[in-house]
Design a protein around this ligand. Structure first.
Ligand SMILES: [Zn+2]
Length: 168
């Protein structure tokens, strides 16, 4: 699906125009960009996935990331974007959860009668505001492990038992 050319570049997404952006869900809630238990990033529309990457520095050199590919993994309730760094050319994959209710309700509204739910499983729930520390040896990791979180490397290794809501 060719979303990439349709995203408006704008640094201000909270103005009134933002709601008219293609791919923007006005019903985003506070769980946007939380992590699921599996370590996927909660996406609530198409635009937010690009916003997330624009706001993320290259984990290798801190440079600016540019999206180069969007892999359709709708059958898994996932959306994967591949970005490269303008400076060091390192590649970073971002795996977003799109099985959540906020995304699916918005998506159904976008497509109307064309909407087909591609993912049979239950919607994934927001689990943590911080990137979970993934145990790659655990049985629960499927064939599709999320890379050790390159997005917020600073937060990896922090006490994962801390209730993120307590920090607010
Ligand atoms: Zn870089």
């Amino acid at each position: 699906m060719g979303f990439l050319g349709k995203i408006l570049r704008s640094n201000s997404n909270d103005g009134p125009e933002a709601e008219e952006q293609v791919g923007f869900n006005p019903n985003r809630d506070d769980c946007l960009f939380w992590y699921t238990e599996e370590g996927y990033i909660i996406a609530q529309d198409v635009t937010c996935q690009h916003e997330y990457i624009q706001d993320t520095a290259c984990p290798t050199c801190g440079g600016e990331l540019v999206v180069i590919a969007h892999l359709n993994r709708g059958g898994q309730g996932l959306s994967e974007l591949v970005a490269i760094c303008r400076d060091c050319k390192a590649r970073t994959n971002f795996i977003f959860d799109i099985s959540n209710d906020v995304y699916q309700e918005w998506w159904a509204e976008q497509l109307g009668p064309l909407y087909v739910r591609q993912y049979d499983g239950p919607p994934r729930e927001p689990f943590s505001q911080d990137a979970p520390v993934l145990d790659m040896d655990a049985d629960s990791v499927d064939e599709d492990p999320v890379e050790a979180d390159p997005v917020e490397a600073d937060s990896v290794g922090e006490d994962r038992t801390t209730d993120p809501r307590a920090e607010e």
